[in-house]
Design a protein around this ligand. Structure first.
Ligand code: GDP
Ligand code: ZN
Length: 314
């Protein structure tokens, strides 16, 4: 049988086979740890005479979502075979955390994942101080316009009114999607709305290690029953920009790309160098100043991490 790994805790793996979940152990031949098997992997499962199940082999991966640790110079695989990332924000309550959004989109770009934005709670009125006006829902808040201009699709949803749930389900269809966003934006509620039947999973998405039902940081895959899976990988929330090489950072800001080879210096970091095409575009309003600020903040962390001795101080 071929199945999909949903979760692995202490050497026991939950594997999704033909709509059912099996608890499997790992055949000794497959090495444990070090990313040899991850949530999202397709595996070959054998059922023994006594009914117990065993993972016999891991099928080749199409790709993976990993977190690079600069200090240890290695990659931690958060999930295998991931297709896309959904960055969830709320119209309000809480206000969109745009810096977190930029970090999540950076993770997606670095891992070659398609990314889109889910704007939840569109039934609520935007706070007056956020500058956005009362919905009609098709009107996106001003703060998100740099993202649609950069080509990111934005799906407005409301769990309360049901707006956009079908569009979201369609966007997830047949794929493995990392579902990420700040706490309180409605990830668990969206999951419940997407799940068929009456299965309730409130409060299970983004649960921190040791604080909820799941005492693992390894994450899990949640089958939606139609060939779609949501990947809940807590590791992606606290993604460290430290894991980036400073030089690869500018290209993960999609809309910067057309300007990158127009800077005077080939190794321009787009901060205060003369003849920088990116900064010029920011000054002229062709690039978002706020996205550039996110870039500078990520750049600073990446540079610090690349020079670890500076963190120890004098
Ligand atoms: P999570 O931390 O991202 O998983 O967020 P939850 O799903 O736990 O939702 C946080 C709060 O927002 C809960 O009180 C939900 O009832 C509420 N909520 C979620 N989605 C919506 C929505 O579309 N509209 C409104 N008005 N409230 C929502
Ligand atoms: Zn530049």
């Amino acid at each position: 049988m071929i199945g999909r790994v949903l979760q692995g805790v202490g050497g026991v793996y939950r594997v999704y086979v033909d709509g059912a979940e099996l608890e499997c152990s790992l055949r000794g031949r497959i090495k444990q740890g070090e990313g040899s098997i991850a949530v999202g992997d397709r595996v070959e499962v054998d059922q023994q005479a006594d009914g117990s199940c065993c993972i016999e082999a891991v099928l080749p991966r199409r790709g993976q979502l990993s977190r690079r640790s600069f200090a240890k110079r290695r990659e931690q695989v958060l999930a295998a075979n991931v297709d896309q990332l959904a960055a969830v924000v709320a119209l309000t309550r809480p206000e969109p955390d745009l810096f977190l959004l930029d970090r999540l989109l950076a993770v997606a770009e670095l891992n070659d994942l398609d990314a889109f934005i889910v704007l939840n709670k569109v039934d609520l009125e935007a706070q007056p101080e956020s500058g956005a006006r009362t919905p009609p829902f098709h009107q996106l808040p001003e703060s998100l316009s740099p993202y649609s201009q950069a080509g990111y699709e934005i799906i407005p949803t409301s769990v309360k009114s049901g707006t956009g749930i079908d569009s979201l389900r369609e966007r997830l269809h047949g794929r493995i999607t990392v579902f990420a966003g700040a706490s309180g934006v409605g990830k668990s509620s969206l999951l419940n709305a997407l799940l068929p039947g009456l299965e309730l999973r409130v409060g299970t998405v983004g649960t921190r290690s040791g604080r909820g039902r799941h005492t693992t940081t390894a994450g899990q895959l949640i089958p939606l029953g139609d060939g779609s899976f949501l990947a809940d990988t807590p590791g992606v929330q606290n993604f460290e920009p430290a894991a980036l090489e400073p030089d690869e950072l500018s290209a993960v800001f999609r809309e910067f790309r057309p300007y990158l080879d127009r800077c005077r210096f080939a190794d321009c970091r787009h901060r205060d160098e003369p003849g920088c095409a990116v900064r010029e575009a920011v000054l002229e309003g062709r690039l978002s100043e706020r996205r550039h600020e996110s870039y500078l903040a990520l750049l600073e962390s990446a540079e610090k991490a690349a020079r670890p001795w500076e963190r120890q101080g004098p």
